[in-house]
Design a protein around this ligand. Structure first.
Ligand SMILES: [Zn+2]
Length: 225
């Protein structure tokens, strides 16, 4: 974290809060913003991501501290969501080698062949699901905040064809490439550009046929996220 950046952030806060400020820059993984006014002084603790934020965001931070401005709160939330990957989260342990399929190898190959190596996400097998959460029942999922693709462990079986595993991974890689779009306030999870990108994978029809037949026995509640 650069001192210059912290000083710039301090200057923005000072301009809006107009009082003495004790600013602490943190690397806290849970609390990103905390401020209180005590003894004629603002005590502000901010995650270092805000030192890297553009000025308008920093202004919102100051305004939020000053009067809990609702719009500022929204803007800040969005900034945090977008930069979640800057936070040192303990990632769930990454397991790429399964008994049958090595996810990283497949990921790298698909990335090279169809996406010009652009995808930077990590990939892991999900935990074998004793937990019956919704996420666990999807063949694959992508977390944009963690930049992590998780693949359902039931795909790691010999009778599951390689192209099914590939298509599942590729689908989630497309999610990593194409953010969820909001059109008229409605979320478009698989917009047309997504479908076009996904169609770069050559065996989609074959995969769909296989899934129609076998997904039921693979997962209780089929579907990809
Ligand atoms: Zn999807």
């Amino acid at each position: 974290m650069s001192k210059k950046r912290a000083e710039k952030l301090y200057a923005v806060l000072k301009k809006i809060l107009c009082e003495s400020i004790h600013l602490t820059i943190t690397d806290n993984t849970h609390v990103f913003l905390n401020a209180s006014y005590r003894k004629k002084m603002w005590h502000v603790r901010l995650h270092w991501m805000f030192t890297k934020a553009p000025s308008p965001i920093q202004h919102h931070v100051a305004r939020y501290i000053l009067n809990h401005n609702k719009k500022s709160s929204k803007v800040i939330d969005q900034f945090i969501e977008e930069h979640w990957h800057w936070v040192r989260h303990p990632l769930p342990s990454i397991v790429t080698k399964g008994k049958v399929y090595d996810l990283q190898k497949i990921f790298d190959r698909l990335n090279r062949l169809f996406l010009k190596g652009k995808i930077k996400a990590k990939i892991t097998w999900g935990k074998s699901a004793a937990r019956r959460s919704y996420e666990q029942l999807q063949m694959g999922s992508y977390s944009s905040s963690r930049r992590l693709i998780t693949i359902h462990p039931s795909l790691d079986q010999k009778w599951v064809p390689r192209h099914v595993v590939e298509a599942t991974i590729f689908h989630e890689m497309c999610h990593a490439m194409i953010p969820v779009k909001k059109i008229n306030g409605r979320k478009q999870i698989h917009p047309l550009v997504f479908k076009k990108l996904e169609a770069r994978y050559p065996h989609l029809q074959k995969v769909q046929k296989w899934e129609e037949k076998n997904l039921g026995s693979l997962l209780r509640k089929p579907g990809r996220g």
